[in-house]
Design a protein around this ligand. Structure first.
Ligand code: REY
Length: 437
C-alpha cells in the first residue's frame, strides 16, 4: 500500500490505467461505444489509477473552498481516499479554531451530525441479520406503546416514512436561543419522542418521505431495547472496533469533543451578528440521530467498508440501497439511513450529510467503495455554505470536465468546470419548517 501525502497535496499511488473503465458501468459503456483512440488516450490521462474515476480536480476543490469561506465559514476541508485507499488527498483552507488561528486539519475530529444515521442503520441491520428485529414488523412489537400509530414499521423509520413529526422544527425555530436552551440538556429517547407526538402525524406510515430526526431517535431506543446495551456499546463493538476507527467516538452525554478537534461556529439568524462558538454541547437532542464525532479518514473508511460489503450481508446492503427520491431534483435519493447523489459526470455516490450546530459535513463513496470523500465546513445555519460545500463532491469524484467541442464552448460559463458551476440551490431536507439561511 502506498499512501503518499506531500504537504497539502498528495501524490497518486501506482498507476494501472488499463482495465479500469470496466469497473464503472457508465465509463465501460462509453468505451464500448467506440471512443476514437486520441480521445481515449486523453480520457485515460484524466483518470486516476486504480479506481477508474476521473482524477480529482484540486484547483476546482480549492475554488469551492474559497467560496465556502467567502460565504462565512472559518474553515473547510476535504479528504479523498482513492484507488481503494492507495491514494490520499488531504486538502484544507482556513482555521479550525478562531481563538488562536490554529489551521484546519484533516486529522482532527468534528461533530458529524446525521452521518450518525448511517452508523445507527448498520447496527440495526446487523440485528436484522441476527433475527432480533424484522424490517417490516411494527415498532410497537419491540417498544409497546412508544408510538401512537401501531402500524409504523422499522422500515418506515429507516426510510423517513413514518409520518413522525421532526421535533427539531420547534426546538430550533430560533437558532441561537434554541441551541443555548438545549446545549447542556440530557434527554431520554422517550422525552424526545414525546415532543414529536405532541404534533399530529405528518402523513400515513409509508405514504411519504419526510426527513425526521424522530425516526432515528426511535431507532436508538430500538437498538437499546433489543440488545440490552447502550448504542455507544453497539457502535463500538459492531463498527468502530472492527474497522479500527480510532477517531470515532460517541460521547453522549459528555459535552466536549475529546482529543484533537475542530471548533464549530454557529451562524445566528440576525444578519451580521458574530458567529457563536458551538463546539461544546451534549447533542442529547439528537443522540442516535446525530451525536457522533469522527474525522474524515474514519468516515471514508466506514463508507468504503459499508459499500464494499464488509459490514452487512449482500441482501441487507441491497435493502439499504433501495432508494426513493428525497426531492424533485431527480438526482437525490434516500435508502435506509443512506443518501444517494447522482453527480454531473454520471456516477452515483452513497453516504450521508450532517448538520449539527457549527458543523456541516458530507461523507460519500462510490458503489464499489473504492473512492471515498469527506468534506466539512465549521459553520452551520448558513444554507448557502452547505450548498457550496456539496460541490466538493463534484471536484473530488468528477474531476475536470472537458470543455465541450461546440461553439458554445466559447462562452465563459460553458468553460467552467462542473465543480465550480453554480448548482441548483439545495436546502437540506432537515427540519423543513425551520427557516434555514
Ligand atoms: C437542526 C438544526 C439540524 C441545526 C438537524 N440536524 O436536524 C440533524 C442532521 C442531526 O440532519 C441548526 N439550524 C444549524 C437551526 C435553524 O437552528 N433555525 O444549522 O446549526 O444532521
Amino acid at each position: 500500500m502506498v499512501q503518499g501525502t506531500f504537504g497539502k497535496r498528495a501524490a497518486m499511488g501506482a498507476s494501472v490505467l488499463a482495465l479500469v473503465a470496466a469497473s464503472v458501468p457508465a465509463l465501460a459503456a462509453q468505451a464500448q461505444a467506440g471512443t476514437p483512440t486520441a480521445a481515449a488516450a486523453a480520457d485515460a490521462a484524466r483518470r486516476a489509477p486504480g479506481d477508474g474515476l476521473p482524477k480529482p480536480d484540486l484547483d476546482a476543490l480549492h475554488q469551492v473552498f474559497a467560496q465556502v469561506m467567502a460565504g462565512g465559514a472559518p474553515g473547510v476541508m476535504t479528504r479523498i481516499d482513492g484507488d481503494g485507499g492507495r491514494s490520499v488527498y488531504r486538502e484544507t483552507a482556513g482555521v479550525a479554531d478562531r481563538s488562536n488561528g490554529r489551521a484546519m486539519n484533516t486529522d482532527a475530529r468534528f461533530r458529524i451530525g446525521s452521518i450518525t444515521k448511517s452508523f445507527s442503520t448498520v447496527v440495526l441491520l446487523q440485528l436484522v441479520h441476527e433475527g432480533k428485529v424484522a424490517l417490516d414488523t411494527p415498532v410497537d412489537t419491540y417498544l409497546p406503546g412508544l408510538l401512537p400509530d401501531p402500524t409504523i414499521t422499522v422500515r418506515h423509520l429507516l426510510t423517513h416514512r413514518s409520518g413522525l413529526w421532526d421535533y427539531t422544527n420547534d426546538m430550533f425555530e430560533n437558532t441561537v436561543p434554541g441551541f443555548e436552551a438545549v446545549r447542556n440538556k440530557v434527554f431520554t429517547y422517550q422525552e424526545l419522542v414525546k415532543l414529536s407526538i405532541a404534533h399530529p402525524a405528518t402523513a400515513k406510515p409509508g405514504a411519504a418521505y419526510q426527513y425526521s430526526n424522530t425516526n432515528f431517535v426511535v431507532v436508538g431506543a430500538l437498538i437499546e431495547k433489543v440488545t440490552g446495551h447502550s448504542v455507544r456499546t453497539e457502535y463500538q463493538r459492531r463498527i468502530i472496533s472492527p474497522l479500527h476507527l480510532t477517531d470515532t467516538v460517541y460521547v453522549h452525554p459528555s459535552a466536549t469533543i475529546p482529543g484533537l478537534h475542530i471548533n464549530g461556529y454557529l451562524t445566528p439568524d440576525e444578519a451580521g451578528a458574530p458567529l457563536v462558538d458551538s463546539t461544546d454541547q451534549t447533542v442529547s437532542w439528537a443522540q442516535s440521530a446525530g451525536a457522533m464525532v469522527s474525522n474524515p479518514r474514519d468516515l471514508n473508511r466506514f463508507f468504503s467498508a459499508l459499500l464494499g460489503g464488509r459490514l452487512l450481508s449482500a441482501d441487507l446492503l441491497a435493502e439499504m440501497l433501495r432508494m426513493t427520491p428525497s426531492d424533485t431534483s431527480g438526482t437525490r435519493f434516500y435508502g435506509l439511513g443512506l443518501r444517494q447523489r447522482d453527480l454531473s459526470c454520471g456516477i452515483s455516490v452513497y453516504g450521508h450529510t450532517g448538520t449539527v450546530q457549527g458543523f456541516y459535513s458530507y461523507a460519500f463513496t462510490t458503489r464499489d467503495g473504492r473512492r471515498s470523500v469527506s468534506s466539512m465546513a465549521n459553520t452551520s445555519n448558513n444554507g448557502n455554505v452547505n450548498t457550496i460545500l456539496g460541490n466538493t463532491l463534484e471536484a473530488a469524484f468528477c474531476g475536470k470536465t472537458p470543455a465541450p467541442q461546440t461553439p458554445a464552448a466559447q462562452a465563459p460559463s460553458a468553460q467552467r468546470s462542473a465543480a465550480t458551476a453554480p448548482s441548483a440551490p439545495f436546502y437540506e431536507d432537515i427540519a423543513p419548517n425551520v427557516a434555514r439561511h
